[in-house]
Design a protein around this ligand. Structure first.
Ligand code: ADP
Length: 540
């Protein structure tokens, strides 16, 4: 017997058509470099995305050709998310916070043929263009200034299209977009997404038990559109038609908070460092920001300290932690309480929200240690391995990457965790961040989250530093809150009772700021370099 269902390939262009037909009047707001607000809607987004597709096709783009973007979050970047795909091309978001030579390496490795670049980012492009094989440069005139000689104006380029155009043939497994890992763990590696992977990711991402996004939401993605597909928000937004508010280049709390208020934002997303800063600003004037109560923040990319979740809870704002990677499209787990925890206490609720959560539907997850697959008992620790329709099974054009995958085809994530019986994942570290002291593993994540729970601490990162007797010992780098002060003795006393004595850092170093990665996470490799020659005298 055969199913009687139609065989319909999953296709992101369906979301584009749907957005044009059903959500044309829904607003899309973008902050421009001069801080003014550009107002558009899904009707314009639909029309212009299709014009871009037609213009790219007319300019000779062939199926599978890569079109790079070097852009902030705004309406035109959103158009490229669909316009490039609709033309049969592959949208390749370049991370504008990387060093120019690294962007050049990535654009060359991906064989990008076309680039669409914000006019304000042209000076950055000029620094790496010689490394690439880019033939056509299309400039988005965000400032309204004339586009330099030799480059195409994005608006003029769209004007070469007629609107009388139809989509090319597409298969659900065709490549649609690519993104390189940010290289925190070595040379950047390219991940290539498909219609199928991103349609399924969008559907699951919007579930109430996942990010819980609906058409009634107003979404402001703080996460850059070059960081793992802006966590899938552009695709999901076109599917559900929620109002979008793009922050442009301005990601400081003083810029974001008024935008949250004036545009009535209901949901936002970004890495923990963004919200650590914002919590301090809100705490200084809670009355002023009471209007934000009821908002949700999806937070991921690094572990979310429980103290941060509690702080936002105090402001009436819910934090939803997700875990994932560029390789996983990116969301693979989400932290929400379940019906199997009917009588949990307040503390247990916060502990659940501070875990990385349970796997999303269609994602299989296992923990593998030296002795093989580990039980879900909340104690046994191993590497997280994942498998599913939006998890990459290989890297683009990268021989010898077998180490990243198991013989039975699962992705090795390099994240170390235990899983509780209900399926909640608790990450202790990335493999390379683990601290091994006197033969015992110490979790840097647990320590830094506890230290950030101290009322005088704004940020903390804990790293392993070589030690003559214990092989490695933890060192805590701490940023005090502005106007506050705290001593090493106070922090040591704060941690006593919460951690075994041998797990407490031997040194606390106070700094003004912790270096960030290109996606805003704590850059622990830089700290390890900085403290490589640390002297432990008197020996711990
Ligand atoms: P990079 O690997 O260069 O940092 P990604 O943005 O793809 O680039 O980062 C994926 C990694 O981020 C994961 O492997 C994990 O170590 C970390 N990560 C993501 N979300 C979380 C989370 N909620 N808790 C802890 N770590 C996280």
């Amino acid at each position: 017997m055969r199913s009687t269902m139609m065989q319909v390939p999953l296709n992101l262009c369906h979301f584009l058509e749907r957005a044009g037909r059903l959500f044309a009047g829904v607003e899309i707001v973008s902050r421009l470099p001069d801080k003014s607000l550009h107002r558009s809607n899904y009707g314009e987004f639909y029309r212009r995305s299709r014009l871009l597709a037609e213009a790219l096709e007319g300019a000779g783009l062939r199926k599978g050709d890569r079109v790079a973007t070097l852009m902030w979050n705004h309406y035109a970047h959103f158009e490229t998310y669909f316009g490039v795909i609709a033309s049969g091309g592959v949208m390749h978001t370049l991370n504008l916070r990387l060093a120019p030579e690294d962007i050049g390496y990535i654009a060359n490795h991906a064989q990008d043929r076309v680039i669409i670049v914000d006019d304000v980012l042209l000076p950055l492009f000029e620094q790496f263009k010689a490394q690439t094989r880019i033939e056509r440069v299309i400039v988005v005139p965000l400032t309204g200034k004339p586009v330099p000689e030799g480059y195409l104006n994005y608006e003029d380029f769209l004007a070469t299209a007629t609107g009388d155009w139809d989509y090319p043939e597409m298969d659900e497994n065709d490549p649609v977009a690519m993104c390189y890992t940010s290289g925190t763990t070595g040379r950047p590696k390219g991940v290539v997404y498909s219609h199928r992977s991103q349609v399924l990711h969008s559907l699951v991402q919007c579930l109430p038990d996942a990010v819980d996004m609906s058409g009634k939401d107003v979404m402001l993605p703080v996460v850059p559109m070059f960081h793992a597909n802006a966590w899938g928000i552009p695709y999901a937004a076109a599917m559900i038609g929620c109002k979008l508010v793009f922050p442009g280049p301005y990601l400081h709390p003083d810029d974001l908070l008024p935008l949250f208020e004036s545009e009535k934002v209901t949901v936002s997303c970004g890495v923990p460092t963004i919200w650590l800063g914002m919590a301090q600003v809100i705490a200084r004037d809670r009355e002023r920001w009471r209007c934000l109560a009821g908002m949700r923040l999806t937070v991921g990319g690094a572990a979310v300290p429980e103290s941060l979740i509690r702080a936002f809870d105090g402001f009436g704002i819910e934090i939803i932690q997700g875990w994932g990677m560029t390789e996983t499209s990116p969301i693979a787990t989400i932290a929400k309480t379940t019906q199997l925890q009917p009588d949990i206490t307040e503390d247990e609720r916060f502990a659940t929200m501070a875990s990385q959560g349970y796997p999303l539907p269609l994602v299989d997850l296992r923990i593998v240690g030296d002795a093989g697959e580990q039980p879900w008992d909340g104690k046994s620790v191993g590497e997280i391995q994942v498998h599913g329709p939006w998890i990459t099974g290989s890297y683009h054009d990268l021989p010898h990457s077998e180490d990243s995958f198991t013989a039975d085809g699962w992705l090795r994530t390099g994240d170390v965790a235990a899983v509780q019986p209900l399926g909640f994942v608790k990450i202790t570290d990335r493999t390379k961040d683990l601290i091994k002291s006197g033969g015992e593993w110490i979790s840097s994540v647990d320590l830094e989250n506890a230290i950030m729970g101290h009322p005088a601490v704004a940020e903390s990162a804990v790293i392993a530093v070589a030690h003559p007797k214990w092989s490695e010992r933890p060192l805590a780098v701490v940023v005090p809150k502005s106007g506050a002060s705290v001593s090493a003795e106070e922090l040591r006393a704060f941690l006593e009772g919460r951690f075994a004595r041998w797990a407490i850092p031997d040194a606390f170093v106070f700094v003004d700021a912790i270096p960030r990665t290109s996606t805003g996470k704590f850059l622990k490799s830089r700290l390890r370099d900085q403290f490589r020659d640390w002297s432990w005298e008197p020996a711990a």
